[in-house]
Ligand binder design. Structure first.
Ligand code: FAD
Length: 431
């Protein structure tokens, strides 16, 4: 009999909680990855950069397993169906995998657990992608936090060296099942093409020390771009948090804690994936003007800092955090377009797309989230530009025609007018 280890958002061999436990299960471990049809078929870009990233990573992971005489079994299928085939073909004692916190993933895992239970096979799942999950950092009465700072304080209080310790998977790779799997289905078979996207590397250490000083200026490369690797588990959160914890400057570690805060929120309040955390905010009468939405998507609003952000996103799959806040605020407050439209657009485009952080970030900007900026605080795009791009370097890079009044569009909406309109719409919804 064998143990299955199912890789999902943990595409690495080293310091992998579930894989470590599987390797110590007493049975040889057969590693599996499923290109999930339910997820892939919903994507609309043939050259989706994230699919390409996963593909490259899986190719490397397979080679790494082969080096140890084992292999990676790769399916292109609906997840439950692939697991069903697997347990029909082999004598499986248990399936090991790491936790996922998104609503659709939970549904998938419940269905797989049920299927396995019918065959008396255990599904064993482990915490891997965060330091603390679910109820581990909670209020004294056991309820989840909905405000970041007290959550963060409790997070630090709970932290013991144990939580940062790496799982030494490398010591147990002799327990892998020795076999040869068929090749990975091609991108083409799955309906995708090769993208020419460039992926950021995994060097993050150099950004920790002066992060607080540099992180707010989009023209400076002052942040790590590690989000994509966190998303797919090509780096270990324990390693990142250990390095960040030992640095004197803790601002970067605090950002990793924001990530866990939002994952905890999504776990406890899965409805927030599609609804405002504060239910009254679902009553806002959005204008949802399609032309204006298109102009925002294409970086043609006539507000250079907003346009620069959207163009950076469209061209690279990345947008600086400061500008994510501004573009999100602009869409929801200046244009009165539903935050869900913006959330969906970011979800399509961001290499580091993470449902919990994206929904959290959008609801923060719209003022309707757990720990949100009050709705009456409305970013002034002009003032943001002066403060955070004083030499207009970011603008010059992404909106080079800005200085040319004949080609650059006029502001799509007047700031003072938009501000008043927003205050009125929000007040009406909340009264
Ligand atoms: P760094 O600044 O180097 O930070 C390191 C890591 O900490 C990030 O990779 C990320 O995992 C985490 N982190 C940093 N800031 C935040 C934050 N505010 N909230 C949660 N985690 C954070 N982040 C995502 O990972 N995926 C998203 O889909 C996403 N959508 C966002 C949408 C909006 C409207 C806003 C305002 C923010 C969003 N963020 C999202 C948070 C943040 O903008 C990005 O994490 C950050 O810009 C990524 O750049 P970096 O990897 O260089 O991060």
């Amino acid at each position: 009999p064998i143990t299955i280890f199912w890789h999902r958002r943990d595409l690495r061999l080293n310091d992998n909680a579930g894989l470590y436990r599987a390797l110590n299960s007493g049975h040889p471990v057969l590693p599996v990855f499923i290109f999930d049809k339910d997820i892939l078929d919903a994507l609309n870009a043939e050259d989706d950069a994230r699919v390409n990233f996963i593909y490259d990573t899986i190719t490397k992971l397979k080679a790494a397993y082969q080096k140890h005489g084992s292999d990676l079994l790769v399916f292109y299928d609906q997840a439950e169906h692939a697991i069903e085939q697997l347990i029909k073909q082999r004598k499986v004692t248990a399936v090991y995998t790491n936790h996922d916190y998104e609503p659709a993933a939970n549904k998938r895992d419940d269905a797989v657990a049920k299927l396995l239970a019918e065959h008396s096979i255990d599904l064993k799942t482990f915490k891997d992608q965060v330091i603390f999950e679910r109820d581990e950092v909670a209020k004294d009465d056991g309820k989840p936090y909905t405000v970041f700072t007290p959550y963060k304080n409790k997070w630090y209080q709970k932290l013991k060296p144990f939580y940062l310790k790496a799982y030494p998977t490398e010591k147990y790779l002799a327990n892998l099942y020795q076999f040869k799997a068929s090749p990975i289905p091609s991108l083409k078979e799955m309906g995708f093409t090769k993208s020419d996207a460039e992926f950021p590397g995994t060097a993050y250490e150099k950004f920790i020390a002066d992060y607080a000083e540099k992180r707010d200026f989009p023209a400076v490369k002052g942040t790590s771009h590690i989000g994509l690797h966190l998303r797919f588990g090509t780096v270990s959160i324990r390693q990142l948090a250990t390095n960040a914890f030992h640095a004197t400057e803790k601002t970067w570690l605090n950002e990793l804690i924001w990530r866990e805060f939002y994952m905890m929120v999504l776990h406890h309040f899965p409805q927030t994936a599609a609804h405002a955390f504060k239910p009254d905010y679902d009553n806002i009468k959005w204008i949802n003007n399609e032309e204006q939405f298109k102009a925002w998507c294409n970086g043609q609003t006539g507000y250079p800092m907003v346009d620069a952000g959207m163009r950076e996103l469209n061209a690279t799959g990345f947008m600086h955090n400061r500008v994510r806040m501004l573009t999100a605020s602009f869409l929801t407050k200046h244009l009165l377009i539903d935050w869900r439209w913006g959330e969906a657009y970011f979800a399509q485009k961001l290499l580091d797309y993470e449902m919990a952080s994206n929904v959290g970030g959008w609801q923060w900007a719209a003022g309707c989230g757990t720990d949100a900026a009050p709705y009456f605080r409305i970013f002034n795009p002009e003032a943001q530009m002066k403060k955070f791009d004083p030499k207009m370097e970011y603008i010059k890079k992404w909106v080079p025609e800005y200085a040319d009044f004949s080609t650059y569009p006029k502001p799509i909406v007047n700031h003072a007018f938009a501000r008043e309109r927003c205050l009125k719409a929000f007040k009406e919804a909340l009264s």
